[in-house]
Design a protein around this ligand. Structure first.
Ligand SMILES: [Zn+2]
Ligand SMILES: [Zn+2]
Length: 241
């Protein structure tokens, strides 16, 4: 179908505010106004988890100063605020899987050389409990991981870790409760793979307890190093420790 006709019938919408995009911005993902407002997770960020920090002299955020992680390092793409919050909601719950193009394009623009330098040999999404995935129709972390795999030409493995039970939503839980909630929630189920360095992909990073729980299982399964890439990161201290 001709692009203009396609745009008239199925107009592309701004990922952040959901307004119809002008034809000439349809490939950009964000309308002009939102493009100005989106905060990318760029310096100063925590050297460990990629969260936005205020103090450019500080190396680590408050959360990472308090505890060690199972992953070596993690990066974020957007600061989780404003239009990006509603974008993530639609991406997770309203079937806007098409946002993957904008999200992974931005992730690649920001972090492809970091990923290359880490010599990642597999991309792994944080798994969703199978029943929940069936109900929702997809796992948003997997949608991003698959798209990143295509763009970076790195294989994606969606089934080396599984989530073996439904966990309580993390919102409102403190750090200790989050860790407890995820204890033994994941299983490594692909033995014999010769993978060394894995990039774990998730949608939102808060304290890192989810990445840590999956990273722990991957390390126990024989993976040498686990890195993280999360679409959204908070600012500074998560406030849930
Ligand atoms: Zn917008
Ligand atoms: Zn941190």
């Amino acid at each position: 179908m001709n692009n203009i006709f396609r745009h008239l019938i199925f107009p592309d919408r701004c990922v952040a505010c959901d307004k119809v995009l002008d034809f000439n911005r349809r490939k950009r993902g964000f309308c002009e106004e939102c493009a100005r407002d989106i905060r990318y997770a760029i310096e100063p960020v925590c050297k460990m988890c990629g969260k936005s920090i205020v103090d450019s002299n500080g190396e680590l955020c408050e959360d990472c100063r308090r505890r060690r992680h199972y992953f070596v390092q993690s990066k974020g793409v957007y600061v989780y605020e404003g239009g990006i919050k509603s974008a993530m909601y639609r991406f997770k719950y309203s079937n806007r899987r098409c946002y993957k193009y904008t999200f992974s394009r931005d992730a690649v623009l920001m972090h492809s050389s970091w990923i290359k330098d880490r010599r990642i040999d597999a991309i792994v999404p944080v798994p969703m409990y199978p029943k929940k995935k069936r109900q929702r129709g997809y796992n948003q972390a997997e949608v991003i991981a698959v798209q990143l795999s295509k763009e970076l030409d790195i294989p994606v493995y969606c089934d080396i870790v599984t989530r073996n039970r439904l966990t309580t939503p993390m919102k409102g839980l403190n750090d200790k409760e989050r860790q407890k909630n995820l204890k033994n929630a994941f299983n490594f189920c692909k033995k014999g793979l010769q993978l060394k360095r894995v990039l774990l992909v998730d949608d939102i990073y808060t304290t890192g307890s989810t990445l840590d729980s999956v990273a722990k299982v991957l390390l126990e399964g024989g993976i040498k190093e686990v890195y993280g890439l999360c679409l959204c990161v908070g600012r500074g201290y998560s406030g849930v420790s």
